[in-house]
Design a protein around this ligand. Structure first.
Ligand SMILES: [Fe+2]
Length: 116
């Protein structure tokens, strides 16, 4: 995900067209859609108790990406430049919060499996 965002930032820096920037943001959105599907499938398989809340966080992240995509489509130059930071912040918050909780659950499960 971060590499997609970096590509976007590079494209902004190089003055790429709005159309190219939108295509890059669509890649961010597509990546996140696939990632969340895989992660939620794993959570279902493991009966992760935080699945419903995590799904809501994924919904929120997807909505944020869609909102930023719309801003880039419609907005002025400062909004185009701000998008990289806003995307990174949203993504890092997801990694540090809900994803970190799930990873803790996974490591506790593994620890439990080793003890059994
Ligand atoms: Fe997640």
């Amino acid at each position: 995900m971060l590499s997609f965002i970096d590509h976007y930032a590079l494209a902004v820096g190089q003055g790429n067209s709005r159309r190219e920037l939108i295509a890059l943001l669509k890649q961010v959105s597509d990546y996140e859609r696939v990632h969340r599907k895989e992660e939620e499938a794993l959570m279902e398989r493991l009966q992760y108790p935080g699945l419903a809340a995590h799904r809501q966080e994924h919904d929120r992240l997807m909505a944020r990406i869609a909102e930023l995509l719309l801003r880039v489509r419609n907005a002025d130059e400062p909004a185009v430049r701000e998008t990289e930071g806003l995307l990174k912040t949203s993504f890092m918050e997801h990694l540090a919060g809900p994803d970190a909780e799930f990873h803790l659950f996974l490591s506790q499960r593994r620890g439990g499996a080793l003890r059994d």
